[in-house]
Design a protein around this ligand. Structure first.
Ligand code: PGA
Length: 281
């Protein structure tokens, strides 16, 4: 079986004006150039995605392209050295167009060059009324438009202490993925983000992450069969740093990370990428 590529996604959340976003990408480019070539898997095995706010997507794309870091631009994946970067949005509506004031459609994200879209982040579920039903519509819309959905699932601390982690994950996965067939399944990315670990400085311990990821793998394998189930990347998210990424990636079913706070520090994000490009599972 071919190993799954590593995938590191930086979720900027509601941070950075356009000039600040350009500055962050400039700094990241500088750090990536400076980092020594990592031993281990070649850069092509590491996929890097950044998810700036909607307002900065265009500026981030053009700044990445200027530095030869955007996938598909000169110097992209074929070049040795810094790996290339894909763009993600942090959310979207499921309709192509319509009277939905304030919303952004999949077609608009495609226009901006996005390849990924984060769907069902716990902050959207918690503060903006996102439900498993709307998450499912977004997953299906993303797939219809050739966007890879990064589907976020995860339990609260209360649910964990009541031993409900597995049932919560199972329900979130089942409801969000109903109607997604196994061919489409290969385009889906799952992010396990225990809500209590997000922004808390307390990531899941390796045994906690191992258990949850194993359970998620079992669910998607039951849904789509062994071959597809083994191909789906499962990311860990919640207080990931350059210090803890190595031990998380050493876990068999942890294929990458969804990084929040630490991706706003370009030196740290570059270190995370170097570890991810060199750590062996
Ligand atoms: P954090 O956020 O890394 O700041 O904990 C992760 C996320 O919410 O995706």
């Amino acid at each position: 079986m071919t190993p799954r590529p590593r995938l590191i996604v930086g979720n900027w959340k509601m941070h950075k004006t356009i000039p600040e976003a350009v500055g962050l990408v400039e700094q990241l480019a500088k750090h990536l150039r400076r980092e020594p070539a990592a031993p281990g898997p070649p850069p092509a095995q590491l996929e890097i995605v950044v998810a700036p706010p909607f307002t900065a997507l265009a500026a981030v794309a053009s700044t990445l392209a200027t530095h030869g870091l955007l996938v598909g631009t000169e110097g992209g994946t074929s070049r040795p050295g810094p790996p290339s970067v894909e763009l993600a949005a942090q959310d979207m509506h499921w309709e192509d167009a319509g009277a939905y004031t304030g919303e952004v459609s999949p077609l608009m994200l495609k226009d901006l060059g996005c390849r990924y879209v984060i769907v069902g982040h716990s902050e959207r579920r918690r503060y903006f009324g996102e439900t498993d039903a709307t998450v499912r519509k977004k997953v299906l819309a993303a797939l219809r438009h050739g966007l890879r959905p990064i589907l976020c699932v995860g339990e609260t601390w209360d649910q964990r202490t009541r031993n409900q982690t597995e049932s919560v994950l199972a329900a979130q996965l089942t409801e969000a993925l109903t109607g997604v067939d196994k061919d489409q399944g290969t385009e889906v990315v799952i992010a396990y983000e225990p809500i209590w670990a997000i922004g808390s400085g307390h990531p899941a311990t390796p045994p906690q992450a191992r258990e949850a990821h194993r359970h998620i793998r079992a669910r998607i394998t039951a849904l789509w069969g062994q071959e597809t189930g083994e191909r789906v990347p499962i990311l860990y998210g919640g207080s990931v740093t350059a210090e803890n990424i190595g031990e998380l990636l050493a876990i068999r079913d942890v294929d990458g990370a969804l990084v929040g706070g630490a991706c706003l520090d370009p030196a740290q994000f570059a270190r995370i990428l170097v570890v991810a490009g060199s750590a062996t599972a």
